[in-house]
Design a binder for this molecule. Structure first.
Ligand code: 5GP
Ligand code: ZN
Length: 112
C-alpha cells in the first residue's frame, strides 16, 4: 500500500475538503492555508515531483493548470490568485506527490 499521503487522500483513506474531482485530477483545501482560500490540485496518479514529469504528462499538467482559474473563481478569488509548484527539497517541497498550490484572498497578502 502506498505511504504517500496524497495517494491516501485520492483513495479516500484520509479525509479532505474536496474542491473538485474528475477521472484524472483531484483538488482539495490545504490543511494549513497560507491565505483565506488555499487549495491543492493534484493528479490521481502518483508522480513525485514536477521534475519527474515526461512528455507523456503534458496533457495532465495542462489540465491541472487550466483548472486553477476555474476553481479559483468558484472559490471566490475574483481579484486573482497565486499558483505555486514546489519541486524537490531545495524547492521547499514537503509532500512528494506533485501538486499545484492555488491561494489568495484575505489579509495578509500571501508573500510566496
Ligand atoms: P509542499 O511544501 O509539498 O509544496 O506543500 C505541501 C502542502 O500540503 C502543505 O501546504 C501542507 O499544508 C499540505 N498538506 C500536508 N498534509 C496534508 C493533508 O493531510 N491534508 C491536506 N488537506 N493538506 C496537507
Ligand atoms: Zn502519491
Amino acid at each position: 500500500m502506498s505511504e504517500c499521503i496524497f495517494c491516501k487522500i485520492v483513495a479516500g483513506e484520509i479525509p479532505s475538503g474536496k474542491v473538485y474531482e474528475d477521472d484524472e485530477v483531484l483538488a482539495f483545501h490545504d490543511i494549513h492555508p497560507f491565505a483565506r482560500v488555499h487549495f491543492l490540485i493534484i493528479p490521481k496518479v502518483h508522480i513525485a515531483t514536477l521534475a519527474d514529469c515526461t512528455p507523456a504528462h503534458e496533457g495532465l499538467l495542462g489540465r491541472m493548470l487550466l483548472l486553477a482559474p476555474r476553481l479559483a473563481k468558484e472559490q471566490g478569488l475574483d481579484a486573482g490568485f497565486k499558483t505555486l509548484i514546489n519541486t524537490g527539497r531545495g524547492g521547499g517541497q514537503e509532500v512528494f506527490h506533485i501538486h499545484v498550490h492555488v491561494f489568495g484572498g484575505g489579509d495578509p497578502v500571501p508573500r510566496t
